[in-house]
Design a binder for this molecule. Sequence first.
Ligand code: GLC
Length: 437
Amino acid sequence: MQNTSKTLLLILLGLMPLMGKSQTNLSADSARMQWFADAKLGIFVHWGIYSVKGIDESWAFFNGYTTHDSYLEQLNGFTASNYDPSSWATLIKSSGARYAVLTAKHHDGIALWDTRTNSLNVNDNTPARRDLIGPFVQALRAEGIRTGLYYSLPDWSHPDYPLEARDTYRYRDDSVRFAKFLCIQQVQLDELMIRYKPDLIWFDGDWEHSAQEWRAAEIKQRLRKTNPNIVVNSRLQGYGDYATPEQGVPIHRPEAPYWELCLTMNDSWGYQKTDHNYKSANQIINILADCIGMGGNLLLDIGPKPDGTIPHEQVAILNELGRWTKKHGRAIFGTTAGIGREYFAGPTTLSKDSKTLYLFVPWKPVGPLALKGIKSKVAHVRVVGDGNSLNYYENGRAWWSEVPGILYIDLPESLCDEQITVVAVTLKEPLVLQGVR
Ligand code: GLC
């Protein structure tokens, strides 16, 4: 018995430095991720030659809807002739977004910068004839917006990438050739890291190979070497910082500590002139509220035209989003996930000190709002954005019961926002909920 406890003690002592280290790492990680957690809204920009014919980015030739040659013909039409990165940045800023992610290279392998690794880039092979990333990164920084670059690990145009599409293989089991491809990839990543120093890198397509095959650990290490604070999305076979659900809004709060829903405004990532199936600003605002209520971010996509203009439908959505986020900023940015729907029937967020609960009300109330299970004392209830105080009262608390009554809040229709009204419930003490210890 004595021996066992001695062994246990020794194991514990041996583990202590490790435990300390991992704790330091954990807090360093959360400091590195803080801006991302606070940001809540980012804009994804899918810009590439696929906008010329208005077909699916990369997938059009992968899935055989068009040949690779005819896909590449689009290089000739990619002019960027009206590309105005500062107006892009202004628009993004006015939407309320705190970061933007631009497709530096999609699966089609066409680089949006003048890479020295090959000529499949917009500088050498399109009428745009210049680096398109640098000016955007600069314009974003001038607006105080964090910068992200999307980078596809697979490169379906590269002769040394083992493309496997529709049961045809470029090559199989040739580790030398794949290693050659990985070297080129590393040079491209270095170029992006050194030249643009992005705050975030958004990998895609990791599903085509294992972590070991991609040498994911090495990639991550090298990114961190040039850019110690880089935030990496999850699509690096287990080496990322945050989860990236795509299109479908999660029903339950994802378990990952950080996550971001990427979402198209219509049904396409890139510009497709025939796709008019836009979500309304109201639908998008509701999705944003859902995401932040569950502690996540929304990365909302736009797809500029080949000349660099942003379709007017997308501009209109961003403008309305901007009106709403500006009015409700304090309920959105820098908050944490709210409470469950068993307490309130809509999305909610919580201030960092847990003393203000924000209720998102995506409907015009028929009766009073009902907030259940709040044990903390309420100081006041106001409408966010116009400061109006609201009448509230607790009903049904029995003196002998621990269960709080229902907090009813009268929200007159005249104070409602056209999209989602936000009500701030300020507490006298940090939030304590019934049923949660
Ligand atoms: C998917 C697709 C890609 C798109 C991306 C955005 O992974 O492969 O076309 O760019 O999602 O999340």
